[in-house]
Design a binder for this molecule. Structure first.
Ligand SMILES: C[S@@+](CC[C@H](N)C(=O)[O-])C[C@H]1O[C@@H](n2cnc3c(N)ncnc32)[C@H](O)[C@@H]1O
Length: 232
């Protein structure tokens, strides 16, 4: 993998570990989170490049491997806030004749991002899916989903809730993708995702798991990418 989508050598990678300021009122989990942020080279690089989120690097790295975001293609981004994936997708596909080819949805509002349209909505609501297609003006070539449920800390519960979002994103993709389309989604391994994976194998020519470098090693987070949508 080239270095362009990886942060340079600084901060913790030089062995200098920054520590959060002492605050006895803070929970230990918050202190650990701040410590991770201070020592995470992707966090600094996110700010430097003006990305809306650190997640932007995950999409950059997945695309570097699979090269699926191409000029002229139409993209729908499920769970798009705060907008890192929208930024990368719009840079890669570009708007055609001034018409946005990237449309996103999230439960939370997303700040305006050039080349994209985003709406607030719940993808579990069927009418939201129809609205996305209407705004895009065509069926998508690519559906990407970084959707995650709020974590409870209970591993199995979090796995099941995120898998439900994966299944909902997959249903949307199967219903709407153009032939040869691509589906990329966050996927927590843990057992419940097996059914969704076998559905992907049925509808797509190739299905692969990927854990980009920007996805924290200690996290159960991973991604699944399905290429070559077959209209059955
Ligand atoms: C990890 S964040 C996405 C980050 C985004 N890819 C980026 O690059 O900035 C996951 C998002 O999924 C959204 N989400 C969860 N359930 C959803 C649902 N049912 N419909 C729409 N969005 C949902 C959350 O609100 C959250 O903003």
């Amino acid at each position: 993998m080239s270095n362009i989508n990886k942060p340079g050598s600084f901060g913790s990678s030089r062995g200098i570990s920054k520590k959060p300021k002492k605050d006895n009122t803070r929970k230990p989990s918050s202190t650990r989170w701040i410590g991770r942020q201070l020592n995470d080279p992707y966090v600094l690089e996110t700010q430097k490049r003006g990305y809306k989120s650190r997640a932007a690097f995950k999409l950059l790295q997945i695309n570097e491997k699979h090269n699926f975001l191409k000029s002229g293609l139409a993209v729908i981004d499920l769970g798009c806030a705060p907008g890192g994936w929208l930024q990368i997708a719009s840079q890669k596909v570009c708007s055609v004749n001034g018409k946005e080819k990237v449309v996103g949805v999230d439960l939370l509002p997303t700040e305006d991002i050039p080349g994209c349209i985003s709406i607030v909505g719940d993808i579990l609501d069927q009418s939201v899916g129809k609205n996305l297609i209407q705004i895009l003006g065509c069926r998508p070539n690519i559906v990407i989903s970084d959707m995650a449920a709020n974590t409870t800390g209970h591993r199995q519960t979090d796995h099941i809730r995120t898998t439900y979002l994966l299944e909902s994103a997959l249903d949307f993709a199967i219903e709407n993708l153009q032939k040869n389309g691509v589906f990329l989604a966050k996927c927590f391994k843990g057992g419940a995702e097996i059914e969704a994976l076998s559905l992907m194998r049925k509808y797509f020519a190739k299905v692969s798991h990927i854990k980009p470098d920007a996805s924290r090693k200690e996290s159960v987070e991973g991604y699944v990418i399905a290429l070559g949508f077959k209209e059955l």
